[in-house]
Design a protein around this ligand. Structure first.
Ligand SMILES: [Fe+2]
Ligand SMILES: [Fe+2]
Length: 169
């Protein structure tokens, strides 16, 4: 099974847990999202990982395209960009609310449920640098440090991120 598929089924982007945490992150940062189109975008935004050979590589980078096509089909062109730009690869520095909610979702994703997922899916080896001499325990500790680093980086930088005002939401 491809790593992108594993990620969606039981990994970092697990198709129920990850959208749930993105939803909580949106709610916390911007208030309750009353527009159901936002819910749909939150649910489908990472579906493009299905069948991807990697998470941060060539195939993983374009993962927002699938979700973006779905939201464009359902709600129109503005929603293509909204979903596409949840990824910094596509947003080119124009952070939208979905991107901010997505990146902040790790603050709600506790390490006790996040680390087992990335170990199980194998994504951990994309996120940390594994030495040949590393035991499995070392890998777990590195994964924990990775989770902590990403989480604290988000908490520290949150106020510095400028949400682009010309986005529709
Ligand atoms: Fe994504
Ligand atoms: Fe995401």
């Amino acid at each position: 099974m491809k790593i992108g598929t594993k990620s969606l089924l039981f990994g970092a982007h697990q198709f129920i847990l990850h959208p749930f945490f993105v939803f909580l992150s949106w709610w916390r940062q911007f208030g309750f999202p009353f527009n159901p189109r936002i819910w749909v975008a939150i649910i489908v935004h990472d579906w493009g990982y299905w069948g991807a050979e990697d998470i941060d590589g060539l195939e993983g980078k374009v993962h927002p395209v699938v979700g973006a096509k779905i939201t464009r089909f359902l709600f129109g062109r503005d929603w293509l960009e909204f979903t596409l730009q949840h990824s910094r690869y596509f947003s080119k520095g124009r952070i939208n609310k979905l991107c901010a909610a997505d990146k902040g979702s790790l603050c709600f994703d506790h390490w006790l449920i996040y680390i087992p997922r990335i170990l199980l899916s194998g994504e951990v080896y994309e996120f940390i640098k594994k030495e040949d001499t590393d035991t499995y325990f070392c890998v777990i500790m590195k994964a924990y440090r990775f989770w902590k680093m990403v989480k604290s980086a988000w908490i520290e930088n949150k106020n510095l991120i400028k949400i682009n005002e010309d986005f529709i939401l």
